[in-house]
Design a protein around this ligand. Sequence first.
Ligand code: ZN
Length: 362
Amino acid sequence: MPELSVFSSTYAEARAKFVDAARAAGARHHAYLHPREKGPDGEPLYLDVAAAGPEDAERVLVAGSGTHGIEGYPGSAAQTAWLLGGGARRLPKRTAMVFFHAHNPWGFAHKARGTEENVDLNRNFLDHAKPYPANPGYTEVHPIVTPGEWNDASIAGIFRGLDAYRQKVGEKAFSTAFNGGQYSHGDGIYFGGQREQWANYAFREAVAKHVAHAKHAAIIDFHTGIGPWLEHIYLCFHAEGSPARARARAWWGARAVNLAGVTHKALADYRGVLTDAFAAALPRAQVTSIVVEFGTLKREEVQRANMSGRWLRYHGEKNPVLARKVHAEFCEAFYPSDPKWRAAALEQSREILDRGIAGIGG
Ligand SMILES: [Zn+2]
């Protein structure tokens, strides 16, 4: 079993391990401090960047963690393990490996998916000066997915309502309504925000500083929650037939583009995702991006956990005893404590990073 000490139970612990590992590996470290928010124990919050390889490398692979806060713990472990494992000494020529630790540090520290403003950072990267894309389906499901009480009866009611809606509109429209992202209900789920989040600015600033010089740039964005237990799946948002999609396939195999193992019956039309912002920030580079999801629970259980996270944010204080129990279940859905799960995620992350490095370095 791989060394599991790279996994952490708090943001502060994960950050300390990452920063120490970066130092030990001789990587350059740069920290972007959140100017306002703090962690649950008053600790400062950062987007941390560790860069290994030449500062002016023409090929730069970024691997990021924590776009969805709580989902960052396994990604953080993967980053720290790579730095401790001597990866920096094995990089191909003219190639840099750059880790972005905690894209959404507030969610990472508070063990939530969203930002301090209940915003899904992975729906926030769009032009906020323009009218937001409408998601009329979400308006229909909002009353269903936002109960004031969290108990067996209210949860059963949610799933009865969602099933009825799915029957009415079909699987694809259901997915887009449910998790495609919405800009109309600030206290809802998959809310993309009505302004840029600090984490959005910090990410783009870090890309400009650490990646903009590259001729070839790639990003792996580590997530959890889609896919089978002990396995990982890929989501590739490059257009069908594009050279970028062909590169993703060449580097990570057919699974990178054929949705193998994806537990969603139909993928939503996502808007404002982080990998799009990465490409937009690098107009002169050849860009390849991939999202990796380490599978956890069944889709309905992950949906349930996601809605419970929203209930916790808006109603949890009324019932602290229940809230603690619900939050523990929420954490298990996005960051399982089972050592077998953690070992599998770590092992798989090594291969994903190795393939990315070989791909961009070749
Ligand atoms: Zn995610």
